[in-house]
Design a protein around this ligand. Sequence first.
Ligand code: AMP
Ligand code: MG
Length: 291
Amino acid sequence: MDYRKKFVVEPGAKVRLSKIDASYTGKHETHEAAQSEIQKHIERLDKLQYLLYADGKQSLLVVLQALDAAGKDGVIRHVFSGMNPQGTFVFGFKQPSKEEAAHDFVWREHRRAPGKGEVVIFNRSHYEDVLVVRVHKLVSESVWSKRYDQINDFEIMLTQNDTTILKFFLHISPEEQLSRFKQRLDDPSRHWKISESDYSERELWPKYTDAYEDAIAKTSTKHAPWYIIPANHKWFRNLAVSQIIADTMDEMGLKLPPTRVDIADIRRKFHAAEAEENVGAKRKVKAIKAH
Ligand code: AMP
Ligand code: MG
């Protein structure tokens, strides 16, 4: 199954989250059945990120958005587990600091955008400025409503500078969210994840749904597509996200850079050094024996 085709939001398409089954798992019935596939994609990602880093000409930006407990942290922990920390960066965006709030709304994300050869993951992003900000009326409609075009312009600019952008909305049902809140409550090692706002935000579910539907519909573009990932099953979420990222990176035309040295000459130098080393080692053995 090509999950890019299945879950991509076509530019201009309407988005109705209630019509999308958050429990979808396709032909896979259990985590066990999907495990080897997930593993395969994670290994592909490891190799592809190595190439991206070595190639040093392009960047990858992965945007993760979702309601609370939908699994943004889980995706980061599992899907990116094979990537080398050298060249892979995660940035989370929370309530803006005073300095951030004093700037335009993409300023803080722009500073964290990937450099050449880098993979950057955004755990929340500039989309919060048309989501939480819209739902809580933190700015007026005349301000947030202009932001969709501004986001598209920002993302076009990044892609024209050799950044591939993938945006994932992790789609869970309200029931699944509640059951994850219960797990958090029942497991002391997860208590730190609980915040007062979890429950007040949950009451705003319909408003968030409207805001997400609008944001995704208005900003899913050819260059920076949105994927809506059924995320009630954590393993299926990991399977779909890992496959989509690996398939996308496969098409980036990544390759090892040309050798910068004369390999034949370096080989000669190596053999000379090796011979020198052997002579030294033999001398040492003789000296020890003579002692
Ligand atoms: P968490 O990701 O659970 O640590 O929570 C971070 C909180 O910061 C969430 O409630 C977000 O909605 C909020 N947040 C992120 N970006 C913004 C923003 N630009 N304006 C206001 N709140 C934000
Ligand atoms: Mg939270």
